[in-house]
Design a protein around this ligand. Sequence first.
Ligand SMILES: Nc1nc2c(ncn2[C@@H]2O[C@H](COP(=O)(O)OP(=O)(O)OP(=O)(O)O)[C@@H](O)[C@H]2O)c(=O)[nH]1
Ligand SMILES: [Mg+2]
Length: 304
Amino acid sequence: MISPQQEYIIAKGGRGGRGNVHFKSSTNRSPRYAEWGEIGDEKSIVLDLSLLLDVAILGAPNSGKSLLLNKLTNAQAEVDIYPYTTKSLVPGVLKNDPPLVLGEIPSFRDTQENLKYAKHFQRARVFVLVLDVSSAESAQWLLDIINRYSLKNILIVFNKVDLVSSEEFIKEFLSELIELTGHQPPYVKTSAESGEGIVELKQALYNLYAMPIAHVFEVSKDNKFLEEFQLPLVIKLESGDFEIKSHEIEKSLSSINIDTRRGIQLLQKKIRDSGLEKLLIKKGIKPYDRVKIGDTWFTYLADE
Ligand SMILES: Nc1nc2c(ncn2[C@@H]2O[C@H](COP(=O)(O)OP(=O)(O)OP(=O)(O)O)[C@@H](O)[C@H]2O)c(=O)[nH]1
Ligand SMILES: [Mg+2]
């Protein structure tokens, strides 16, 4: 769910049962048969809220992400000389036209942590990737991330240029990046400490933000989630009995009145029409074998 008022069906309500009028025919003018209403879908759903960032700031531990965020926005991220100072996502707003929501993604130590934060940054529009030009590890860390997530719309920030002469570092990193991705993204040189390059960083950020986005996340409209849930299945149980797992058939079972002969016939027809009988035969069912559907047991009787 990525926009206000968006709707998404995760559980469908059951269809109402048809009354006996529906079963009237020339031979049966007052049928005693009527359907029950179908049961609706039932599911346990865990919803997870993720912050939608315009700009995600990623980079190796201690590269200067927090200090840069503080310089660009109203955020007050903790800045320290130790790596892994930032332990949860820190957002901040860059008040400009348009205002942008930036967020520092904590540097993750392992895949587990990585996945925890990925949901926050994967849908960002722009990725600011921060490097500490005095640290070779920070370059390796970043190349790994770019590769792993195939990040697009990236802006490279060579930070801490006040500490060392950075030309060699920049040249080497860019050539490795071109080798990896095939092209060179825009970059700026900054010192979050002195403020050098911050104006240029803002400008580059807005330039990139104004470009058409190369990756668009779309909620699938075909409701794959429901389809997967409804795939029918025939299972041969260890006891030698069979089980039909089909949302469709289980739903019918709740509406068909199986205490009547007509109800049983209808159920049989549904099982045959849905191709499940063929599946049962394929799995080796024989007459008088037992079949479980939902919580109900039936005896399989092949047509003469
Ligand atoms: N000299 C210099 N020091 C910097 C610069 N940017 C950041 N620092 C220092 O580098 C250290 C780390 O800065 P942070 O902003 O906390 O870095 P970070 O990437 O957020 O670090 P973690 O959250 O721990 O991953 C701090 O001591 C900063 O003062 C810079 O441009 N020049
Ligand atoms: Mg930090």
